[in-house]
Design a protein around this ligand. Structure first.
Ligand code: F6R
Length: 258
């Protein structure tokens, strides 16, 4: 795991955008996209680079990590609408190449299998952008998710529904109880993973993910098994790490090499 310590949310956005840009500039790329607050600065930076520096997404295919069950794509809080509003509608990514699980599918289990297969058919994900739940989830793989799970239907925890109620006018009851999410096994097949975390509320989960044991109880810890995972943190999210000095030193040496 590469730990990238940043001074601010904006710098987190720039460092994560650097990793994504490096792959996008190499040619046709498949990106995995997270929604929520954590990647907002990354998307803002990618949009800026598209507008001001000619970073093109015309050869990009994108797959979101997850979707609420029961919400049609056009619902304002569906992750399909969210990712379009916050990122893809502002760059030249062809809409037909934006994939999200169909949360309103009649057979959700079959939809999950179809979605997992469609990632494979696209050649797999080159760079998977991730956020981290305060309970350690990545995607919507809540604590106790199988470390080898595939895309499937999951039950959202009360903590996640409470955290996401801010997108539903503060009403936790409006947050769907079920979702479709890429599995931990699916996420670990990405060729590169970039996790961004911000704020003190994530500090315990970051510490468990980076320095704790690999455990289904902290699903993000599965990234310890990922061959190429970067964790990009603001000072508050990094606040409980015990080896901060080592990460700083390693980062300085890495930066010198580039
Ligand atoms: C969203 C997702 C979730 C979020 C996580 C953190 O697509 O998969 O894992 O990344 O819940 O959410 P924020 O960033 O809103 O704190």
């Amino acid at each position: 795991m590469q730990i990238i310590l940043c001074d601010s949310e904006e710098q987190v956005g720039r460092r994560a955008a650097d990793l994504i840009e490096a792959r996008v500039r190499q040619g046709p790329a498949v990106l995995g996209l997270a929604t929520g607050g954590s990647p907002a600065a990354t998307y803002a930076e990618l949009i800026r680079r598209h507008r001001e520096e000619g970073l093109g997404f015309g050869a990009v295919t994108a797959f979101t990590l997850d979707e609420y069950a029961g919400l049609p794509a056009h619902h304002p809080q569906s992750y399909h609408s969210t990712i379009r509003r916050e990122f893809t509608d502002h760059v030249d990514l062809p809409p037909r190449r934006l994939h999200t699980p169909h949360g309103d599918a009649e057979d959700l289990a079959a939809e999950a299998v179809r979605y997992d297969a469609s990632i494979e058919q696209a050649g797999g994900i080159d760079v998977q952008l991730l956020g981290l739940g305060a309970n350690g989830h990545i995607g919507f793989n809540e604590p106790t998710s199988s470390l080898r799970s595939r895309t499937r239907v999951k039950t959202l925890s009360g903590a996640t529904r409470a955290a996401n109620s801010r997108f539903f006018e503060g009403d936790g009851e409006e947050v769907p109880k079920l979702c479709l999410t890429q599995g931990l096994g699916t996420i670990c097949e990405s060729r590169q993973a970039v996790l961004v975390a911000l704020g003190e509320a994530k500090a315990s989960a970051v510490q468990a993910m980076v320095e704790g044991p690999v455990s289904a109880f902290c699903p993000g810890s599965v990234l310890q098994l990922h061959p190429r995972a970067a964790v990009v943190l603001d000072p508050a999210a990094a606040g409980r790490l015990t080896l901060l000095e080592y990460y700083r030193e390693a980062q300085a040496l890495q930066d010198d090499l580039q």
